[in-house]
Design a protein around this ligand. Sequence first.
Ligand code: ATP
Length: 415
Amino acid sequence: VPAEEPIARRYAAVVTVGSEIVEGLRLDTNTREIAFALSSRGYHVRETVSVGDDIDVLGDLFEALLASCEVVVATGGLGPTHDDITREAASRALRLPLEERAELLDRLERLARRHRTASARDNVMRQAQILRGATVLEPTSGTAPGQVARAHGTAALVLLPGPPHEMRPMLEQALALLPATGRAPARQLSCAGITESDAQLLVQPILENHHGVGLTLLATPGLVSVVLLDDGAGPDAVHAATLACAAVLGPACYSTQGETLAEVVVRTATQKGIALATAESCTGGLVAAALTSVPGSSAVYLGGVTSYADSAKRGLLGVSDDTLESAGAVSAKTAEEMAGGVRVRLGANLSVAVTGIAGPSGGTADKPVGLVWFAVSSGAGTRSERRNLFGDRDGVRARATVTALDLLRREIERA
Ligand code: ATP
């Protein structure tokens, strides 16, 4: 392909550097964030690689990846310790010298003075070493600056520090410096209350009429994300496909803007002035935790009760002895009385209750592990729903939490 031809696809790669990662001492979360940031901007991420603190291996890897990618983003190994070898490896791969940047010296000298030994001070000062011609990414926290260096042609090597809170703001700065891909960012349709295969069946025919729009489905317990990718169709076509998919997914689709289910519940309840309360048994407060994790939830979430034992369901929520004895703790009636009880006691407009068998023990033939009863209560009445949820204890609890939030969301939408 002649160099002046437009690049049909902009390829990218992500490299994480650190023996702590390849030896299993730390979990690599940066790859996911960087790869998603790149693919959201229309890059085609070809490879993600983790390597230890080995200058030769890393240098060769940079060279190989830059031969086929427009952008290589690396994190880790930029700090002040002896095993921080990313700068040197990049210097070898690009055949560019490292040069001390005057604008970085002041701040680093102040930091270096805190160290007692000369070698520690030298190590701090090594962070002023920048590849010739590279753009410096100033740290907003931490000490190590990032760098964006030019490789061959328009290809770029981006070096970012390892700690995620240092990496994130610099990643944004670096991406703003890279040439536009001309492709639309990936669009995500977040769905609840639908299976992955049903979501696929609904959107597949739509995409047959939108050539150049790619599809990926991502599932987490209880949730499905339909992801539309620009495979050449362009931003307008991706936007049109997003609207068409949202229409066909209907109420199952709770966000096309990347909001979480709890965020949608809090936002819509706030807009409509609906005060919420929760009553939980098998989820042990996970629904309350999800709601309170959203900033601003205090405007609508009054509180909840974790009523695990029968005595707590009775004493804190007013579930009747008769209900607990005749129907049992995992039943439609108990769920309804829990929801009604918490709504009235806390003075909420809308409440949700969850009671079920998370396992691994406690299941019976008519009440197996995974059986969960939900109830939603408002001034207009209380209704319950039964679900047989799949998974181990954590899986059932996670799915039950999502289901409870989704019932709230749909009820708020109808209000
Ligand atoms: P600094 O030394 O200035 O903190 P650095 O670039 O040298 O930055 P590393 O020494 O490689 O960073 O890693 C520091 C810490 O950052 C690691 O111990 C780990 O907790 C975290 N970290 C590094 N890489 C990753 C990654 N890929 N995903 C998540 N966390 C990471």
